[in-house]
Design a binder for this molecule. Structure first.
Ligand code: ITT
Length: 200
């Protein structure tokens, strides 16, 4: 069966293809770009799980095919969890990774002690079927925010989050290393048995 990846974020698509293939999911994975006529859903939820479900349902309903979606972001301790669900447009323009990351570093500028620079990535992975059946699971990755970006792998805020228990940022990990420990890896590996159960 076809399974639609209900996202237009290329960084996510690359990671999801690897995570789901490594987990042995036999389905043909198709990006949302294969369905250009389906309008982007308004992300009106107030949690990662709500927004992931909104995205998955919109694609499943419009295409008649099962869809999985990712809603994710960076939650900073001293900002009470912000940018959170607003991570993709923290500096104003949707998907401007560089501006988002620069603004966040500026906001944390004078905070120095590592215990005050704690943060985590969060990911909600949702599955929706055309008949309205839905499931959602979540994963997190803890770390400490650097003062300057390092590394060129990954996307988004990867260059500024140093992984807990490691000396490297997410952008200094190989894709395989990141997927093994990431919020997205955890969430989608937890979703795979659910996909198998509901889709066979
Ligand atoms: P779709 O809605 O089409 O999936 P999007 O980029 O708008 O794409 P989100 O609303 O879930 O998706 O926003 C996710 C943002 O959170 C993303 O743009 C990054 O800034 C950040 N983010 C999420 N996962 C990340 C990761 O693994 N590494 C770095 N930044 C990440």
């Amino acid at each position: 069966t076809r399974l639609i990846l209900a996202t237009r974020n290329n960084g996510k698509i690359v990671e999801l293809r690897a995570i789901l293939a490594d987990a042995g999911l036999p389905h043909e994975l198709v990006g949302a770009d294969a369905y250009p006529d389906v309008p982007d859903v308004r992300e009106t939820g107030v949690t990662f799980a709500e927004n992931a479900l909104l995205k998955a349902h919109a694609l499943a309903r419009a295409t008649g095919l099962p869809a999985v979606a990712d809603d994710s972001g960076l939650c900073v301790d001293v900002l009470n969890g912000a940018p959170g669900i607003f991570s993709a447009r923290w500096a104003g323009k949707h998907g401007d990774d560089q501006a988002n990351l620069d603004l966040l570093l500026a906001q944390l500028g004078d905070i120095d002690s590592p215990e005050h620079r704690g943060a985590h990535f969060a990911c909600a992975a949702a599955l929706a079927l055309p008949d309205g059946t839905e499931r959602v699971v979540e994963g997190q990755l803890r770390g400490v925010l650097r003062h300057a970006p390092a590394g060129s792998n990954g996307f988004g805020y990867d260059p500024i989050l140093q992984v807990e228990g490691d000396t490297r940022t997410c952008a200094e990990l190989t894709p395989t290393e990141k997927n093994a420990i990431s919020h997205r890896g955890k969430a989608f590996r937890a979703l795979v048995p659910v996909v198998r159960e509901l889709l066979g």
